[in-house]
Write a protein that binds this ligand. Structure first.
Ligand SMILES: O=C(O)CCC(=O)C(=O)O
Ligand SMILES: [Fe+2]
Length: 347
């Protein structure tokens, strides 16, 4: 057994993460309105549960979310194909600097790979973004995706997964809008041309070594609107930090997505909903493994994020307006390109 990382054994019990069943709020028929959420009686109780979970914890798990398990399984199956590629072919997928496209390895100071992430965004390249009217004056944002072209079955399952989790994210944003006492479609326009980032995360087995880093992904908060995360593995590696500094473990549930809010939605709420800090730790034995898939739901690049009127009290707005583009550049510079994923500063 490896030595327990600081805080690992002390991590709190799983029951602290709220689980919300979305099914009462989902109606297939209402998706034509662009929100997927039914503002009627079914939604009201779900909205109340979400409001509590977001304001108190900033993290929750959702079940009854409508994303078919076969889409999730198919996405994981492609990750096994990437893991099986010869080293030189895998290296060819390594991302161009200053982008989150292709393969990204987090390596410790002894050269060990702590995690590998294969990343892509909604738009394959600038032409695709232009064709959809998503560019908004920022053509440099649309660095082309890097797909493993030698794996012909790779892309299609990802496109289906991406579509399904973006739809879920839109539904959640409309429920969050209701929780914030805003019209259900308040966030529809800012996310109409979302530049959502997808990240397939692999955490390879780690040797037992007293000097070895047990934190595989350092404490951070996510950048965007909200994150839809699926986890798979034989131990509970995702931990979030509560307001008093204690670490809580998030249970691995095949039927659930973990939902947490990012910096931008936190700014939109004037800080009322926290962008909760979280990290990933190694398992207690070297044989432990995990994978996860993150959908970072990011608004249109030219969206100006300003605290919503219902959340600004007498103290006034706590954040300056910022475009999603400028925020994302700052986030990349500070936390992503350094490879450290260091802890974000507050406000
Ligand atoms: O692997 C996980 O469970 C979480 C990953 C994560 O926090 C991230 O990619 O931002
Ligand atoms: Fe994260």
């Amino acid at each position: 057994m490896r030595a327990a990382p600081a805080g690992f054994r002390k991590a709190g019990h799983m029951s602290q993460i709220p689980v919300v069943n979305l099914s009462p709020a989902l109606t297939g028929a209402s998706t034509g309105a662009g929100t997927g959420a039914d503002a009627g009686g079914g939604a009201a109780s779900v909205v109340a549960e979400l409001r509590r979970a977001l304001a108190d914890v900033g993290f929750l798990q959702v079940v009854g979310h409508g994303v078919p398990a076969v889409l999730v399984d198919a996405a994981y199956a492609t990750m096994d194909q990437v893991a099986a590629l010869p080293d030189d072919e895998r290296r060819a997928l390594v991302r161009p600097r200053a982008s989150q496209r292709g393969l990204f390895e987090r390596i410790d100071d002894q050269g060990r790979v702590l995690s590998r992430a294969l990343q892509f965004i909604t738009y394959d390249d600038l032409a695709a973004a232009e064709a959809d009217g998503a560019v908004g004056g920022h053509p440099d944002y649309f660095v082309p995706n890097v797909w493993p072209e030698q794996l012909p079955g790779f892309r299609a399952p990802w496109l289906r997964y991406a579509e399904a989790t973006r739809r879920l994210a839109r539904t959640l944003m409309s429920l969050f809008a209701m929780a914030l006492e805003l019209p259900a479609d308040y966030f529809a326009a800012p996310f109409a041309k979302d530049v959502t980032l997808f990240s397939a995360n692999f955490y390879p087995p780690q040797p037992v070594d007293a000097d070895h880093e047990d934190v595989l992904l350092r404490a951070h908060a996510d950048s965007g609107g909200l994150t839809v995360l699926h986890q798979r593995g034989d131990y509970e590696g995702l931990q979030l930090r509560g307001l008093s500094g204690e670490w809580t473990t998030v249970p691995v549930r095949a039927d659930a997505f973990v939902i947490n809010i990012g910096h931008l939605l936190s700014r939109w709420t004037n800080g009322r909903y926290p962008a909760t800090v979280h990290r990933v730790v190694a398992g207690p034995t070297p044989a432990n493994q995990r994978q996860s898939i993150a959908t970072f739901f990011l608004p249109n690049v030219d969206t100006v994020v300003t605290p919503v009127p219902t959340m600004v009290g007498p103290e006034g707005p706590r954040f300056e307006p910022i475009t999603a583009y400028d925020w994302q550049l700052q986030f990349m510079e500070k936390y992503v390109l350094t490879n450290t994923y260091a802890e974000p500063a507050t406000a």
